[in-house]
Design a protein around this ligand. Structure first.
Ligand SMILES: Nc1ncnc2c1ncn2[C@@H]1O[C@H](COP(=O)(O)OP(=O)(O)OP(=O)(O)O)[C@@H](O)[C@H]1O
Length: 325
């Protein structure tokens, strides 16, 4: 195991009383996995990651990280990990290559090795030709990849990435995902935080969903989605007064659950939503009711979150909507 944490708790003391940021987190990350820590703002992702990276002390709980005990051997942990913070760690005015070499020397890497390793990582992360550039002249995606070079320069076994793609455009995000997969293919283990559902889905072998400082779901993306039963169907009515009649038709469908009405929308869940629709539409039509629209969508990680917490992770650009009418 690359990370094995038990009962991690972190409480912050503030003027307005204690903030229970992390409330008993157990987690295991195997060697060579990409594990995503997914949750809304303020859920406790960064706090958990900072504890595992030795940057803040747990209030209670234990962990082994990269083969070393977090409490007894924080220096050993630090040697084995790379940590790429949300805000990055390069100065705008500095020269990219100098930042990398200085950072490596902090870890005791000699200058010649630092330059050789740094240049190799620049090639690997598509930063060729940018070694002498001022950091502030790099694009968002280039700067994020430079942050990753900084985190990798001492060849850690385990890399922590805090929201690696926040603020990047879709193309730069997809490009960074490729690079993160490349790191894993080279044998690194990656633990990242994200609040993007599509990122967790596309990139991670396993996902831990955290809310209010507690893990509420864990598993492979597909496993998690399978826990949510059925496709979600939304029927848009042209007239809200017809909702009771439509609800009645839906109630007669075998397997329909979670039937809800909200103004001009009747929604429900049903296995194989796509194949029951034609019959349903005929029944509604037979009653002389006209629909304004129909949507079916397969369970998403947001549905997993919704099922576990009763709230949405609210990430509109990542729902897999399939408009069928
Ligand atoms: N140093 C601190 N002092 C007081 N409260 C803190 C401190 N750091 C974090 N918190 C609080 O702890 C909770 C968890 O914060 P954390 O940064 O871990 O969440 P997060 O899931 O990483 O959120 P985000 O996605 O916004 O980064 C929040 O309520 C936050 O305000």
């Amino acid at each position: 195991m690359m990370i094995e944490a038990r009962g991690l708790v972190r409480t912050f003391k503030t003027k307005r009383g204690p903030v229970h940021a992390v409330q008993g987190v157990d987690l295991d990350v195997a060697d060579g996995e990409i594990v995503g820590f997914l949750g809304p703002n303020g859920a406790g992702k960064t706090t958990t990651m900072r504890m595992l990276a030795t940057l803040i002390k747990p209030t209670s709980g234990t962990a082994t990280v990269a083969g070393c005990d977090l409490a007894k051997d924080p220096v050993g942990v630090r040697r084995g990990i790379g940590y790429v913070p949300q805000s990055g760690s390069t100065l705008p005015e500095a020269i990219a290559g100098d930042e990398v070499v200085d950072h490596a020397r902090l870890y005791g890497v000699d200058k010649r090795t630092a330059i050789a390793d740094g240049r190799r990582l620049f090639d690997e992360l598509d930063l060729q030709g940018l070694w002498r550039r001022q950091c502030k002249t790099l694009s968002g995606g280039q700067r994020r990849r430079l942050d990753i070079v900084m985190g990798l320069i001492h060849d850690p076994k385990l890399i922590f990435l805090d929201e690696p793609t926040t603020g990047l455009d879709p193309q730069a995000r997809a490009n960074l995902w490729e690079h993160i997969r490349g790191l894993r293919d080279r044998g690194a283990t990656i633990f990242l935080t994200t609040h993007y559902l599509d990122e967790a889905d596309a990139l991670c072998d396993r996902i831990l969903v955290i809310d209010h400082g507690k893990i509420v779901a864990a598993g492979q993306p597909e496993q998690l989605k399978q826990q949510v039963s059925g496709d979600a169907v939304r029927l848009g009515l042209s007239d809200a007064s017809q909702a009771p009649a439509v609800t009645k038709v839906v109630e007669d469908l075998p397997g329909a659950v979670a039937i809800e009405t909200d103004g001009e929308v009747v929604s429900f869940r049903i296995p194989q939503g796509g194949s029951v629709l034609p019959g349903l539409l005929r029944s509604i039509d037979a009653q002389g009711i006209e629909l304004a629209g129909v949507e079916v969508h397969r369970p998403t990680l947001d549905d997993v979150f919704l099922t576990m917490t009763g709230r949405s992770l609210r990430d509109e650009d990542s729902t897999e909507k399939e408009n069928v009418a």
